[in-house]
Design a protein around this ligand. Structure first.
Ligand code: ATR
Length: 306
């Protein structure tokens, strides 16, 4: 059972939130509120369904109301790159923003996280964008499959915000071959060209592999609905050609892809581990303290598996 908060919601309660479209499936509030309570903070974490057309205004609103921080999920992670005042190196390197920290400045001090301002008010507030997804996918693959990305052959499905970040992380981690497939071809081509320039040692192509791979990763949103098609073309790729399948989706816990992969004899994992580790890192960015990872993991598992 999660630890209770130190006090009920009151006038001193501080806010964090996740913005997404859709967002009602999100397990982040359960996970982050368990983490905040375990740290004894009088903060709360909410979820707001935010139309992409309103994202800039929604970030400005949270800034005006001195939120502590935000997470961004589908489809905001790329859009937000142009909407924050400052980009952390992680957001620049991995090309997407999934975490925002609000920071304030006094007449005398430099920029400090807004958690530091309890009684005095900052003269100015800014948004600072980070990316905690990239490292989280590598940690999750290590935990779930005991796999090292170095030297691996990977088929990555999806070239949106999550796919793009994963592609660069995989290249940086030294995969041997990276096959990138996306419904909108031009997005996959763009990423392939960038990776060729930045990581010339990696064999990267915007097509299906002709031989077997070690790992397939789904970074598309196909699978969120039970009626969704598989996120790859069954004429061009068979699940019998991979040993492991990772789906970034965690709700449903078993997507049609994971079900088919199990039936084909693959080792499988859903996106729970990735969600946990990106969330733990985001919490550390907001609080400046180590995240209570085990508490957050338990809250997440309870929320997703019941
Ligand atoms: P995220 O930040 O989670 O990556 P996103 O940037 O909106 O969200 O990306 C969603 C991904 O799912 C993209 O790869 C998208 O393909 P397109 O680039 O062609 O849009 C993919 N996707 C969404 N719906 C899809 C569908 N019906 N069929 C195939 N791919 C789909």
């Amino acid at each position: 059972m999660s630890e209770p908060f130190p006090s009920p919601i009151n006038a001193a309660t501080r806010c964090c939130a996740v913005y997404g479209w859709p967002v009602k499936h999100s397990a982040s509030p359960a996970m982050q509120n368990a983490g905040l309570a375990a740290l004894g903070l009088n903060w709360r974490y909410l979820a707001f369904e935010t139309n992409p057309a309103d994202l800039r205004a929604a970030i400005a609103g949270a800034k005006a109301m001195k939120f502590i921080g935000l997470n961004l999920t589908v489809p905001h992670k790329l859009l937000a790159l142009d909407m924050v005042d400052e980009l952390d190196v992680s957001a620049k390197v991995w090309g997407a923003v999934n975490t925002i920290r609000f920071e304030g400045r006094t007449a005398r001090s430099g920029w400090l996280p807004l958690r530091e301002f309890n009684h005095d008010s900052p003269v100015e507030v800014r948004t600072h964008g980070f990316n905690t997804d990239a490292d989280a996918i590598a940690v999750a693959l290590r935990e779930d499959f005991q796999m090292n990305l170095r030297g691996a052959r990977v088929l990555l499905l999806g070239a949106g915000g999550a796919g793009r970040t994963a592609a660069f992380k995989f290249a940086d981690a030294g995969v041997l071959e990276l096959f990138l497939v996306n419904r909108t071809l031009v997005k996959a081509f763009e990423i392939v060209e960038e990776i060729k320039k930045k990581f010339p040692r990696v064999y990267v192509t915007a097509s299906y592999p002709k031989a077997g791979v070690d790992l397939v990763v789904n970074a598309t949103s196909l699978g969120l609905k039970a009626s969704d098609a598989l996120p790859f073309d069954g004429q061009l790729f068979s699940l019998r050609s991979t040993r492991m399948v990772y789906d970034m989706i965690y709700r449903p816990a078993e997507t049609p892809l994971l079900k088919a992969a199990k039936a084909a004899g693959c080792r499988t994992a859903n996106g729970l581990g990735m969600l946990l580790h990106q969330g733990a890192k985001a919490l550390e960015i907001w609080t400046g303290q180590p995240a209570p990872v085990d508490v957050m993991r338990r809250a997440l598992e309870k929320n997703v598996y019941g």
